[in-house]
Design a protein around this ligand. Sequence first.
Ligand SMILES: Nc1nc2c(c(=O)[nH]1)N[C@H]1C(S)=C(S)[C@@H](COP(=O)(O)OP(=O)(O)OC[C@H]3O[C@@H](n4cnc5c(=O)[nH]c(N)nc54)[C@H](O)[C@@H]3O)O[C@H]1N2
Ligand SMILES: Nc1nc2c(c(=O)[nH]1)N[C@H]1C(S)=C(S)[C@@H](COP(=O)(O)OP(=O)(O)OC[C@H]3O[C@@H](n4cnc5c(=O)[nH]c(N)nc54)[C@H](O)[C@@H]3O)O[C@H]1N2
Ligand SMILES: [Mo]
Length: 707
Amino acid sequence: MTNHFNDIRHSKLLFFIGSNAAEAHPVAMQYILYAKEVNNAPVIVVDPRFTKLAAKATDYVRIRPGTDTAFLMGLINQLIQNDWYDKEFVRTRVAGFEELKKEASHYTPEVVEDITGVPAKEVVRIAKLLADNRPGTVIWCMGITQHHIGSSNTRACCILQLMLGNMGKSGGGTNIFRGHDNVQGATDMCVLSHSLPGYYGLSDKAWKHWCKVWGVDYEWIKSRFYNKKYMNKPGFTLARWYQGVIQEDKITQYTPIKAVVFWGISSQSISQYHKVKKAFEQLDLVVVIDPFFNTTAAMCEKDNVYVLPSTSQYETEGSVTSSCRQAQWRYKVVNPVYDSKTDYEIMEEFVKRFGFADKFYKNIKKIPEDITREIANGCLTIGLCGWLPERIKKHTDNWHTFDIDTLQAKGGPCDGEYYGLPWPCWTEDHPGTPILYDISKPVAKGGLPFRARFGTEYTYPDGRKENLLAAEGVANPGSEIMGGYPEFPGWKTDKNVIKEAIKRGMAPFGNARARCYCWNFPDPVPKHREPLHSPRPDLIKKYPTYPDKPDHYRVYTRYKSEQKPELAKEFPIVLITGRVVEHMGGGDETRSNKYLAELMPEVYAEINPRLANDYGLRDGEMVWIESPEGGRIKIKVKVTERVDDKTIFIPYSFSGMFMGRSMLSNYPQGFEPYAIGEPANIVTNYGYDIKTQIQGTKECLCRIKKA
Ligand SMILES: Nc1nc2c(c(=O)[nH]1)N[C@H]1C(S)=C(S)[C@@H](COP(=O)(O)OP(=O)(O)OC[C@H]3O[C@@H](n4cnc5c(=O)[nH]c(N)nc54)[C@H](O)[C@@H]3O)O[C@H]1N2
Ligand SMILES: Nc1nc2c(c(=O)[nH]1)N[C@H]1C(S)=C(S)[C@@H](COP(=O)(O)OP(=O)(O)OC[C@H]3O[C@@H](n4cnc5c(=O)[nH]c(N)nc54)[C@H](O)[C@@H]3O)O[C@H]1N2
Ligand SMILES: [Mo]
């Protein structure tokens, strides 16, 4: 999130696309409804389903799944064609406008209507609403990201806000409501296969930086790898690790995966789950570290699984990071129950037994404070240097002294600082940055320009040259240079460089323009590509997907060879999946809670009355849903107008059934969940984002048969 939840109270318009906050972020609804009622802000909800959030909207836009880029480019085109865009913002802080304008001109209201199903007049009307009500916030979630063009979707959302001049402003920004408890913290630590903590990447320079922080010899780390090239090569992603086992697609690794550790994840969250099950049968070793005997443990039917009971977050303490980049100290509520150990203790036991204690672990004397200290010491890129445990605790202990609108403390021990020291919090006395890219404040007081990450000048394919730094006169108050400037050499690895920049009123990472044209992306300007599995064969011809990517995070990934126009004949129904307020993720925790299980006891497919009648299905009857990859599930029909007559929706929070079979006998007695059901991911399709490899669980095709 560039801004924060409280800041939504200042929005003059709320534009939700692919988010169902009423179910997934119910606590945030207080700010959303405040803006709606107090500011009279229009609330636009773009979603293929009429959701609980849509029920609170002033303007609901039903869109065909997987066509958001076309819709967003249509809005951008209207802003440009009608001169409704913020010309001064574009002139001073944006690069690649000419290239954007050219691409956007293709998306006329009529073209957008054909692709998305949104009436042409609506496209114009929504663009005008956006222009007339500024600053507005753009909020998106998984409806935008879980597509093979997910990264284009997210970029189109950002470009929309650039055109409206809504970036770096209170009430504006791009605000992506995040997922799990502390998932922003986990992301910042890069629990990912393509980066070291703090988004440092996998270059030799990045490894050397962390070796210095850990106090470990670089040559020793190098010697731990089978081959130096794997040190710099992204690993498998969460979405496709199982291909490293079953190797249905060619992998780029010297040996298949033999053992997997599941630490705080429940495997039914992975698409084509019947193939994950196959991997469980082939693995030598599976380790599950979890407060619950979860689905993964129950799905491993070979004698190859160890379950280590961990505590929940209530039985331990430490720093956690919120969706809006704020740190908070979480104190322990109860002592660990039964035989469980905290995740820290389990990690420490591993470190000792693997023989790394004198290497990575030597700076960690006091848990968890020393862990937070190490993070502050190493993560310069996102400015975590000011996140010392003492400061974070002080904020948590004095949360009542902070202002609800601005997050700033009024008097008291944290006077002038922003709650949770939102990153970047550059130094030990920096107040935090509540709104990213806000040039109205000095950098030392929480202001920030756009980062100069991609050099100072670029030559476009047609020979046009453009300065990538911000225009003359545009910089934070007090900046030594009043205009664009490049990054300070060495700022990512040397705290003194950061301090020097702040002293001079400047941002360590420079002052640049935001790019509409990203030459390092497969589509430099976002453009529509039909869903891999599309119900519109005619549009596949016009808007085909990418060529196949032979080594996408170590596995051959099909695009063109997967997009078959004839598929829709056999699998004519669009399938989307998502959340319900009663359950969390794959549901292992919430289905083990008697009260939540009672509120939402079984899985279902939402089906429009017209579709139900065409298939002779009544509300409450059972139906088989089948995927092109051979997965099938038997679930209950819920007849509802929430979805249109081409689309069905299934909540993905169930497990304990597997293609018609109950798995309950695999749980130790007394550990069975209260509610079980078929995992939706048995029928979600093949398909992964071209940059991130996130799974495309929101653009699938399926067929249904009365059970
Ligand atoms: N109660 C509860 N809260 C949660 C979670 C939970 O499991 N339970 N999970 C947490 C996590 S991990 C996350 S990531 C967030 C996710 O929060 P959200 O992303 O808001 O939740 P979803 O229901 O997955 O998807 C949001 C909406 O996207 C729509 N959608 C599907 N396809 C498309 C499309 O092509 N275009 C558009 N515009 N919309 C589409 C769906 O109909 C759905 O209403 O929620 C978090 N909060
Ligand atoms: N079809 C479909 N699939 C999806 C999605 C979708 O929208 N549709 N959304 C995707 C998204 S955004 C996400 S984030 C994933 C979520 O899916 P997962 O990443 O699988 O997350 P959860 O299902 O919440 O599982 C969390 C596990 O961690 C355990 N746990 C809880 N607290 C602790 C702790 O303190 N320590 C340890 N060690 N364990 C703990 C829980 O008991 C549970 O077993 O699903 C993805 N899959
Ligand atoms: Mo998530």
